[in-house]
Design a protein around this ligand. Structure first.
Ligand SMILES: [Mg+2]
Length: 257
């Protein structure tokens, strides 16, 4: 594979799995950077601000500035700015509010409604308020629309069902700003500062990482860690540009090992 000028690395399942660093991840990132390849991180995590993700990466021996970490809340904030929507009702995890520094919180007459991860904070009243704000003309934005996720006591509703409820009631379609949206990858490419045809996306999710990257005109490498299951690479067309055992193999694949 041609040596890329920039690499976008997924976090969960690619750099770490829960509290465990993928073996060789720190060394691989250091080697890519040492070879002059720009590195940024992209994640659909909706519960942690970029600052905390940076601290987590640092604890794993991977230094990263907040600006090098693209998250769904950060993508939403960038989208709002690009659309000139400064007053918003934010239904997001409280910890991520710091990633919306330019947004004025407005529940009375917002220009946008952002639906993210409220977990058990979703109630009839909360959904009804978002519904009325959208009926009042606010644009509807979703950080992601996953159906469910795995929690300690079993599968649990993710943000998607609540996004669908507001969409259905108001008769509108939400703009999704997290992976695999093209808007997300455009922001991540901008964070790298490298033209998109020189960028490779690396992730463990064949749908959000690989298919999303390919749809955005980027090359994609699938790693066999995290949520990867045997045969995943055959589930998407076009197929990933490469499939590797883990992020540790990247320097060798890119010819800088
Ligand atoms: Mg992942």
């Amino acid at each position: 594979m041609d040596r890329p000028r920039g690499v976008l690395l997924d976090l969960d399942g690619t750099i770490y799995e829960e509290d465990r660093r993928i073996p060789g991840a720190a060394e691989a990132v250091a080697r890519l950077r040492g070879a002059g390849i720009a590195v940024a991180f992209c994640t659909n995590t909706t519960r942690m601000p970029r600052r905390a993700l940076g601290e987590r990466l640092a604890a794993f021996g991977i230094p990263a500035a907040p600006a090098e970490i693209v998250t769904a809340p950060a993508a939403a904030a960038a989208w709002l700015g690009a659309e000139g929507l400064w007053r918003a009702a934010l239904y997001v995890a409280e910890a991520t509010l710091e990633d919306f520094p330019d947004v004025t919180l407005d529940d009375a007459s917002p220009e946008a409604v952002v639906l993210g991860d409220l977990a058990d904070g979703w109630t009839f009243d909360v959904l009804n308020r978002a519904f009325r704000q959208v009926l009042g003309g606010a644009r509807l934005v979703a950080l992601q629309r996953n159906r469910y996720w795995k929690t300690a006591d079993g599968l649990s509703l993710d943000a998607g069902p609540f996004v669908a409820a507001v969409e259905y009631a108001a008769g509108v379609a939400a703009t999704v700003v997290g992976k695999p949206s093209a808007a997300f990858f455009a922001l991540a490419v901008a964070a790298l500062g490298v033209p998109r045809d020189h960028v490779v996306v690396v992730g463990d999710d064949v749908t959000t990482d690989v298919r999303g990257a390919r749809a955005a005109g980027l090359r994609a490498v699938l790693v066999r860690t995290g949520k990867y299951r045997t045969g995943d690479e055959r589930a998407v067309t076009p197929a990933p540009d490469a499939v590797v055992d883990s992020v540790a193999r990247l320097p060798a694949v890119f010819g800088v090992g």
